[in-house]
Design a protein around this ligand. Structure first.
Ligand SMILES: [Zn+2]
Ligand SMILES: [Zn+2]
Length: 551
């Protein structure tokens, strides 16, 4: 009997983000991606990562890490993880370039990198891995076919089937069917992001002419385009539209500058030196001769567009001669901040064009028709939908079942599931933690208890009560000191502080009279008294900080 294969899903199944899976044969692990989820209601948290506890317990068994592509939901956890492990990282030239500079900026010791070319085969850990090109919204996406003792496990990576991608690099579906016919595909793990959308996604190259039309309609005006800094093909089409309408390109924002420079170095982005404006040249250029490409299309508060919309960008001041194009669509959760930026820009007089008005964005993830084509080409014996919200995973399951796969051959998994693939098929054999690992901007872990405290403080404010008791005289040494912040309007503060002081004085006097003089007991009593008072009177639950000293 051949060795079974174990796959542990650490993130990305049930919620988009922090994609990470460990594939294992005979105790030897190859890690596939380690991404982050952007925090949505976690004050002071910069990244949410998979719980790496299980993985780090097994750190001696990890032989390599494969990165499917450069998006943050696939590589965002690498700096944190690589402070603790150092194994070779495999990826396409663009992915490797991005991750290298990410690790440098986090001051993490650089591990060895293996640059993978399309259709190459590498021996990685216990597996032979064949890397196939996929089209996505960033260059260099790679599908991986793992040849294992249990047959071929195919991981689709994030992909779409774009018949006319900007760089002509197609998703290699024909190689998928070849592998399927020659060797058979035992297990398919495939991107579910757009499984609920019918049909096929729009080709990236259909976006270029629409952008170009906007440029033609805005002769004489300054054009500012916000998009993802890793979306090199979109940036290419923006640069081409600029060149055709006699504009030069200014690149703003650190990540945009870094990625444009990397993509030009790798010849993935063709923009000549004379097309590019320096910051100084930008200031002295006629508005109608300029196209600014920058970050911030997702409403990120520190990105260029957001700063412009609030009049705090050091170089660009928005005016009525500006057309601002958002060449992206809102990632769920970001809508409110994006609309706020649209409003601010419009108030400053700019004309705002976004994907809700014109087709200036297309997805990087294949829709149901494209997913079906992957299922047809790979004709897998077994299937696990990955990369999606829970509803996306279910919709992807239906695609497989409708195509005729037996229900017993399709396995629903979520974050934390550990599955076993052997001669009998596939089943969930156990669970590891699916908890959030939250880290701050320094890469230091933040506990959920701390985040909860911050949320309470943010919503309710605090009340601090300090009192000092004379043990011998069995009375308060002085009036209690009360301070509050964020709980009550400042004009009402004096009255409330007096009320709390009076109440605490009375309760403490009675307690001391009854012979109670234990610091812990008295602290509890103050907390209970103040909590009851503020809750009854104001209906709020501020964080209470009682400090009792007994001298
Ligand atoms: Zn992606
Ligand atoms: Zn992704």
């Amino acid at each position: 009997m051949n060795s079974p294969i174990h796959i542990t899903f650490l993130g990305g199944l049930g919620e988009i983000g922090r994609n990470c899976a460990a594939i294992e044969e005979d105790g030897r692990i190859v890690l596939l991606d380690c991404g982050q989820l952007f925090p949505y209601r976690h004050p002071g948290v910069t990244s949410i990562l998979p719980d790496l506890g299980w993985l780090l317990e097994r750190k001696g068994d990890i032989e390599a890490c494969i990165l499917s592509h450069s998006h943050e939901d696939h590589v965002g956890g690498i700096p944190f993880l690589f402070r603790q492990i150092s194994v070779p990282i495999y990826g396409s030239p663009f992915t490797v370039g991005m991750v290298k500079s990410k690790l440098e900026s986090h001051e993490v010791q650089i591990p060895s990198f293996v640059v993978v070319k399309d259709n190459e085969i590498h021996e990685i850990g216990p597996f032979e891995c064949e890397f196939l090109p996929v089209t996505h919204s960033t260059p260099g996406g790679l599908m991986t076919a793992f040849r294992t003792s249990q047959g071929v496990v195919l991981h689709s990576s994030d992909f779409k089937l774009d018949p006319t991608p900007v760089d002509g690099r197609l998703t290699d579906l024909s190689r998928v069917s070849e592998i399927s016919k020659k060797e058979g595909i035992r297990l398919l793990l495939a991107d579910s992001t757009n499984s609920e959308s019918v049909g096929e996604s729009l080709s990236e190259s259909e976006i270029g002419p629409i952008i170009e039309d906007i440029f033609h309609e805005n002769i004489g005006r300054r054009i500012i385009v916000g998009t993802f800094s890793s979306h090199i093909h979109r940036i290419q089409q923006i640069a081409d539209a600029a060149a055709k309408t006699d504009r030069k390109l200014a690149v703003l924002g650190p990540s945009m500058i870094r990625n444009v420079s990397l993509a030009r170095e790798l010849d993935l982005l063709r923009v000549s030196d004379r097309m590019l404006l320096t910051e100084k040249e930008l200031k002295n250029s006629e508005p109608g001769k300029v196209c600014i490409v920058c970050t911030g299309s997702q409403g990120e508060s520190r990105a260029a567009i957001s700063m412009m919309s609030e009049g705090r960008h050091p170089v660009i001041e928005i005016n009525q001669n500006d057309t601002v194009i958002f060449s992206s669509s809102p990632i769920p959760g970001n809508e409110a901040s994006i609309f706020k930026i649209h409003n601010h820009l419009a108030r400053l007089g700019a004309q705002v064009i976004h994907s809700g008005k014109l087709k200036i964005h297309t997805t990087g993830h294949g829709k149901a028709g494209e997913l079906l084509a992957l299922h047809e080409a790979s004709s897998p014996e077994l299937f696990i939908p990955v990369h999606g919200e829970y509803t996306h995973l279910l919709a992807h399951e239906s695609i497989a079942l409708d195509r005729g796969m037996d229900k017993s051959k399709v396995l629903s998994c979520v974050d934390g599931d550990r599955v076993c693939l052997d001669e009998n098929g596939i089943q969930v054999e156990g669970r590891v933690s699916d908890a959030y690992l939250m880290v701050d901007a320094r890469g230091v872990e933040v506990s959920s208890a701390l985040v909860d405290q911050r949320i309470s403080l943010g919503f309710e404010g605090f009340v601090l009560v300090r009192l000092s008791i004379d043990k011998n005289k069995k009375k308060l040494s002085e009036d209690p000191f009360v301070e509050t912040f964020g709980w009550i309007e400042s004009e009402d503060k004096v009255g409330w502080v007096e009320e709390i002081i009076d109440e605490v004085k009375e309760v403490i006097a009675n307690a001391l009279k009854d012979g109670l003089c234990d610091q812990k007991e008295l602290t509890r009593l103050v907390r209970r008294t103040v909590g009851k008072l503020v809750d009854l009177e104001t209906g709020r639950r501020p964080v209470l900080i009682p400090l009792v000293e007994i001298n």
